[in-house]
Design a binder for this molecule. Structure first.
Ligand SMILES: Nc1ncnc2c1ncn2[C@@H]1O[C@H](COP(=O)(O)OP(=O)(O)OP(=O)(O)O)[C@@H](O)[C@H]1O
Length: 291
C-alpha cells in the first residue's frame, strides 16, 4: 500500500465512510508544509505533509483546530486524523472552498467572540509550534511572566544562538527588564488563534470567515489583533466591528509593537537576517516608549 492509500484508509476509518482517492491535487502557498487535496468525487480532504519527525506539530495543530471549533465563535475546518504514512507525517482536514471575499465586519465580530472564550490561566495544555519554531505554553497565572519567559525570552535566546546576539542581546535584556511597564495591564486569558496573519484567514463563497493554521494558546487578545496588522491589516471594517464588540484600550498602540516583535523575531529565526533591522527598530521604539 502506498502512502496516499494509507492516508485514505485512515480517513475512511476516522469518518466511518469509505474513501477511495479519485484525484490528487498539489496545493501551492504554505511555506512550512507540503499540502495536497485528496478527492473521491464526493468528498475532499486537505492533507498537510511533512517529515515523520513532525508528527507532534500536526497533532498540536489538530488539537488547536478542535479547541477553536469548541468555542463556536468563528468557522474553523474540522481536523480528521493525523499519523505517519511511510516516511511522512500527515494531518488530514476537512477541505474548504476558500474562494469567497472576506466580510471584514463579520470576521471582526467573530474574532471578538472567540476572545470572550477564556481560561483560568495563560498558556495551554500542550506545546505547539509557531511556523516550525517550538512554542512553549506551560500554564502561568501571570501574563507578564508568561510573555517574558515563553515568548519574548524564548525568541531572544534563539536569536542569540542563531548569531544575532551582538545586535539584539543588549536591547533585549533592557526590554525584558521593563516588560511590566510596557505591558502595563492584566488581560484575561483569551483563546487565541495565535498566528493570525492574512494567509491564515479566508472566506466561503457566501463570505463566511474561516480561520486555519493556528498556534493556539490562552493569552492577551491584543496579540491576535496585533498580528492581523503585521503584514498589511484586515481592513477598516474588521477593526471597527472588533472594537464595537469589545473596545481596545489606547495603550494597545505600544503593546502591539511588543507583541509583533515576537513574530518578527520568529521570522528572523526562521528565515534569516532580512528581519534583523526590523526587529532592532521595534526594540528601539519600545525602549523609547518607556523612558
Ligand atoms: N482546510 C483547507 N481547505 C482548503 N484549503 C486550505 C485549507 N487549509 C488551508 N488551505 C489553503 O492552503 C494554504 C496553506 O495552508 P496552511 O497555511 O495551513 O499551510 P502551512 O504550510 O502551515 O502554511 P504556513 O506557511 O502559513 O505555515 C492556505 O493559505 C489556504 O489557502
Amino acid at each position: 500500500m502506498n502512502d496516499r492509500e494509507t492516508i485514505a484508509r485512515r480517513i475512511a476509518s476516522a469518518t466511518g465512510r469509505p474513501f477511495r482517492i479519485q484525484r490528487e491535487q498539489s496545493v501551492v502557498g504554505g511555506c512550512i508544509n507540503r499540502a495536497v487535496v485528496l478527492d473521491d468525487g464526493a468528498r475532499a480532504y486537505f492533507v498537510k505533509l511533512n517529515s515523520a519527525d513532525r508528527l507532534a506539530m500536526f497533532e498540536a495543530e489538530s488539537e488547536g483546530l478542535t479547541a477553536l471549533r469548541e468555542a463556536n465563535a468563528i468557522r474553523v475546518p474540522e481536523p480528521v486524523c493525523t499519523g505517519i504514512a511511510g516516511t511522512q507525517s500527515y494531518l488530514a482536514i476537512e477541505h474548504l472552498d476558500l474562494a469567497g471575499r472576506l466580510d471584514g465586519a463579520q470576521a471582526g465580530r467573530r474574532l471578538a467572540q472567540l476572545h470572550r472564550f477564556t481560561a483560568p490561566d495563560f498558556g495551554w495544555h500542550r506545546d505547539n509550534t509557531i511556523g516550525s519554531t517550538p512554542q512553549h505554553n506551560a500554564r502561568a497565572s501571570d501574563w507578564v511572566d508568561f510573555w517574558r519567559l515563553h515568548r519574548l525570552g524564548f525568541q531572544l535566546d534563539l536569536a542569540a544562538r542563531n548569531g544575532y546576539g551582538r545586535v539584539l542581546s543588549d536591547p533585549g535584556e533592557r526590554l525584558m527588564s521593563v516588560l511590566d511597564d510596557l505591558i502595563g495591564h492584566r488581560p484575561a486569558p483569551s483563546l487565541l488563534h495565535g498566528d493570525l496573519w492574512g494567509g491564515n484567514i479566508g472566506a466561503t463563497r457566501e463570505g463566511e470567515p474561516i480561520i486555519f493554521d493556528p498556534a493556539v494558546y490562552y493569552g492577551d487578545r491584543e496579540t491576535d489583533l496585533a498580528m492581523t496588522e503585521l503584514f498589511g491589516g484586515f481592513g477598516a471594517d474588521f477593526y471597527t466591528a472588533y472594537r464595537e464588540a469589545w473596545p481596545v484600550p489606547p495603550e494597545y498602540g505600544t503593546r502591539k509593537i511588543l507583541y509583533n516583535l515576537y513574530h518578527v523575531l520568529n521570522h528572523l529565526n526562521l528565515f534569516g537576517g532580512g528581519y534583523l533591522a526590523q526587529a532592532k527598530g521595534m526594540m528601539d521604539r519600545l525602549l523609547a516608549a518607556v523612558r
